[in-house]
Design a binder for this molecule. Sequence first.
Ligand SMILES: Cc1cc2nc3c(=O)[nH]c(=O)nc-3n(C[C@H](O)[C@H](O)[C@H](O)COP(=O)(O)O)c2cc1C
Length: 362
Amino acid sequence: MGDFNTLTDIVRVAKSNLDKGDWDYLVGAADTEASLRRNRAALDSWTFLPRILRDVSDVKTATQMLGQTLRIPVLLPPIGSVQAFTEDGGTAVAQAAADFGVLQILSSSCMPDFETVAQEVPGPRIYQLYLSGDQAWLDDQIERTINSGYIGFCLTADTQVYSRRERDIMKGYVPMQARMATGTMLDQTGVNYQSTMNWDTVAHIKEKFDIPLVVKGVMHPDDAKQCVEAGVDVVYVSNHGGRQLDHTVACIDALPAVVEAVAGRVPVVVDGGFMRGADVIKGLCLGATAVGMGRFEALAAAAGGAPAILRGLSILEREIQISLALTGVSDIADLHPGLLHRGQPQGASHALSAFPLLEEGY
Ligand SMILES: Cc1cc2nc3c(=O)[nH]c(=O)nc-3n(C[C@H](O)[C@H](O)[C@H](O)COP(=O)(O)O)c2cc1C
């Protein structure tokens, strides 16, 4: 995959590899797509106030989460129907994550299933499950998750009902995640189990199972506090990349209050609009332990499967190292809010505005 010299190259090739249905599913969001644009606009409005004349000859980008070393502070979040972007689906992402040294969170609405991925690619991984059965079903799924060697279990709390994504609706495009929300998540009595999920579900999992629990989709500091009190092991700030509730606060803007509420008791992860190394540094400055990069992962998968994801992560690592050095910091652990200054975004924000050269025809 030496062909890719920049992340812009990866995005350009991803677009040329996908048909319109899969492309719109990847870049699209809910309703007016305002949450998606706001994620990016807020990231663009944070500017650096760098320090100088500090020795940055050896920058450190590794961090620890759930007992694992992440080579860079990045997670590959759950991507439903990732097999639409690369035929090996979740296995391709698993392979790249293992080869590079970051954690993948595998979605229950992608192929192959979590047990097959675990057999095909050994290594630490988190499993994200959409509920499509009763408590006995859930218990069985978690037992199988533990038996398959997953090091964490993730509930996505921002998807209790499936949103309206107009790009998909207008073309009759039905991804696996939507089929699950309207199909198998309903049992014969018509129960949509995902919509019944509540704090008792969290309490039940924590009481019964010895596996770290990630709650993804936290936006409000009170929910973050309640997560910690309920024993949740990772608080994950996310608006699902703008694909669920429209008009939310940008994730990076929700982050500081969540970090304050969590008060260092558990790691905080954030995603939503993060595409470049500098974006990752901004998330860490505002208190995140790691940053999830969903469309980044999906675009790289579409550009060339596991090798392109691996190459994308290497380019991203270089961007992170350079941004770190140029802010005058030699270890990501030393990043802090004082390195940021709120400014104005410089142009229109959208799913791909982190790649402005595309608009110039590169
Ligand atoms: C194509 C696609 C499919 C997704 N499927 C899931 C999913 O199955 N489960 C989940 O929790 N989040 C899912 N997400 C949300 C991502 O995990 C992540 O929260 C989001 O992509 C972050 O925003 P970003 O794309 O701007 O990085 C999906 C996102 C995309 C782009």
